[in-house]
Design a protein around this ligand. Structure first.
Ligand SMILES: Cc1cc2nc3c(=O)[nH]c(=O)nc-3n(C[C@H](O)[C@H](O)[C@H](O)COP(=O)(O)OP(=O)(O)OC[C@H]3O[C@@H](n4cnc5c(N)ncnc54)[C@H](O)[C@@H]3O)c2cc1C
Length: 361
């Protein structure tokens, strides 16, 4: 433990952000308590649903430059984060592939131009043809004459990560309290089981759970499937561009694939709709016919916490820091956001890259 401070901090919300913030604060010498109203698996969190793609380039499809920059910074941090965990979690540095059916080539071209706009490293994206697609993903090469390959993108198993982070937090002596709703949260104190508890700092990472206090926070519904497809061998996240939706297929261990995701302006948390199911499943089948015999293990629905500009925000007052609005990039950007949070709590420093996100609480 770092002797420079032994101040206490409560991190409320144990999604990917809360767990990473708690870890970095513990590493920096804080006495950390992590609290969540959900069970320790976090099945109701947005992070339980998130597909775990770490794809700053492909996300140019929907994200502004600042998210790309933070995403690239985070991408460099992920290996260090993983090294600090108590056990390995499923993580692959296999790049990502983008394809489109012939009639939808404009969508892929639009993404290509948006990535080029950003002036990223020249080898960040490669236009490829069938032969190269075959080298990367032999089972789908015959269907696609053109593709885009992003060699530096990565993916992580979100659920394995949540569990691995928790194990690490416990090993580091972080007090982890689950199944405990925080009823109220203020500067340096919070109410739990009708009892006020005080800390030097409270860090609010409640995602959509903070919507009552953060008035312009909204939920953006996302639906996805977990499929078991023994006939499918894909090595990396594969995106299919389409004018109305873009779908992705993200491999996990043992022929399990995450197939997602819709993006609907609604905070409706009800089960997946028939329309979304038809679109996602038929798109997956159009990429690889082996999905016909896949088994649907699960559908998962949650709402991405987002502000109107879809950028994250830090709200700060003495003793209180709120971080929210990670939208569709929570896994991509959390390591860097956690770094911003620690710099602020340790030294009162707003790191230059984060400055535009800060507001008074
Ligand atoms: C379909 C889908 C696919 C996605 N795919 C990706 C992807 O591939 N890559 C990527 O980077 N991002 C992806 N995302 C986005 C990512 O999942 C989110 O940005 C991220 O999970 C948000 O994390 P969070 O920790 O802020 O919130 P959450 O994960 O929602 O965590 C908030 C926690 O706060 C707790 N909480 C709330 N209120 C209280 C209270 N009063 N007391 C105690 N605890 C409370 C909740 O129980 C919850 O555990 C996806 C999202 C969706 C929906």
């Amino acid at each position: 433990m770092n002797a420079k401070n032994s101040k206490s901090v409560a991190v409320v919300g144990a999604g990917v952000l809360g767990r990473l913030v708690a870890l970095r604060l513990a590493e920096s010498g804080w006495r950390v308590t992590l609290i969540d109203r959900d069970s320790e698996r976090g099945e109701k969190s947005c992070s339980w649903t998130g597909a775990g793609m770490l794809s700053p380039y492909c996300e140019r499809e929907a994200a502004e430059k600042i998210i790309t920059d933070i995403g690239l910074d985070s991408l460099d941090r992920w290996p260090g984060v993983l090294k600090s965990l108590a056990r390995p979690v499923f993580y692959r540095e296999a790049g990502s592939l983008v394809v489109s059916h012939p009639g939808d080539r404009d969508e892929m071209e639009r993404l290509r131009r948006r990535v080029l706009d950003r002036n990223l490293r020249p080898d960040a994206m490669r236009e490829i043809r069938t032969d190269e697609i075959r080298e990367l993903e032999p089972e789908i090469a015959d269907k696609f004459s053109h593709g885009l390959y992003f060699p530096y993108e990565r993916h992580i198993d979100n659920r394995d990560l949540l569990a691995g982070l928790l194990e690490t937090l416990r090993q580091r002596g972080v007090e982890c309290i689950f199944n405990a709703e925080v009823q109220s949260l203020e500067k340096s104190r919070l109410k739990i089981s009708n009892d006020w508890k005080t800390f030097d700092w409270v860090v609010d990472c409640r995602g959509n759970g903070a919507a009552a206090e953060l008035k312009d926070l909204r939920g953006v519904r996302g639906e996805l499937f977990y499929l078991h497809a023994p006939e499918v061998n894909l090595n990396r996240p594969t995106r299919l561009m389409h004018p109305r939706y873009s779908i992705y297929i993200v491999p996990r261990a043992d022929h399990i694939y995450v197939l997602g995701a819709t993006m609907i302006e609604s905070d409706d948390m009800s089960p997946i709709s028939v329309r979304s199911s038809l679109e996602l499943l038929s798109a997956a089948y159009s990429v690889h016919t082996g999905f016909a015999e896949a088994r649907v293990l699960e559908s998962s629905v949650n709402c991405r916490p987002a502000f109107p500009d879809n950028h994250p925000r830090f709200y700060v007052a003495p003793g209180l820091l709120r971080i929210n609005g990670l939208f569709r990039h929570g896994f991509l950007i959390s390591p860097t956001l956690a770094e911003f949070a620690v710099a602020y709590l340790d030294r009162g420093e707003k790191l230059p890259m984060s400055e535009k996100f800060w507001r008074d609480a």
